[in-house]
Design a binder for this molecule. Sequence first.
Ligand SMILES: [Zn+2]
Length: 286
Amino acid sequence: MRESLLEGMLAGPSGKRNIQPMTSTEDIRRLLLDLAHDLGDGRHMAIAGEGNVSGKLDDHHFLIKASGTRMSTLKPEELVGVDARPLLAALEGGKDLADEEIERLLLEVRTDPDALKPSVESLFHAWLLTLPGIRIIGHVHAIAVNQVLCSPRKRDFAVRRVIPDQVVYCGVESVLIPYVDPGFTLARHMAREVETFRKRTGVLPKIILLENHGIIALGAQHTEVIAALAMAEKAARIFVGAATLGGPVFMDEFEVYRIAGRTDEHYRQRMLERHLPRSDHADPAD
Ligand SMILES: [Zn+2]
């Protein structure tokens, strides 16, 4: 039987479903600590207060890294429970909030009034966690990715692919967001761009690139998020190196869709539609 679109999106590189039920807040807290430590300490993708991680607890609540805390040494109490509803209502409201109003809102949405203040990037996390099948978000300011995102070649990096594993772990293309003020403006912009991408491609992005800022990966599992971020950083290093040699020479679009189609029925379908020989389009009466 044909896999549903959602199942296809959530399938791992092997094509198998890799969703495990995440049962308790403590399970998710543990996964997020592993993710933060791996990204911060293991992979040096965030230093000082850079980057953040979040995980969905239920339809209305999520855990997110507290403002100003370090990914590499993140502690359990530095992951704050947040009610997403007031954040989403403010985003949908269309009214721009002043910095002090945002500060107040971030303190109000804590599920524990004694908890630390959640990251100002809670706004975009709240929105991304409403997307179907998305449970874990990782955001970092990785060096090689930022080398490209601070260069005139950023769009090439977002829409073209250099190696097959980049297709598998990062998708056939990524969303690219122009530099805008972090906080409300960024979250609103992101919602618009992700919806446009979703309408155009039929799938959710695995990677969102923020010009002059960093990278976000979204997935059902923390392992999926680590793999996407690590592969994007590797692809960016290859891209930068190849650019110094007059490249990169990008993968052919047909090959990109062929690889994506191995793990995702939707991409298989798009590849067939895009690359059907002309004769197959011909009127049978001809
Ligand atoms: Zn950031």
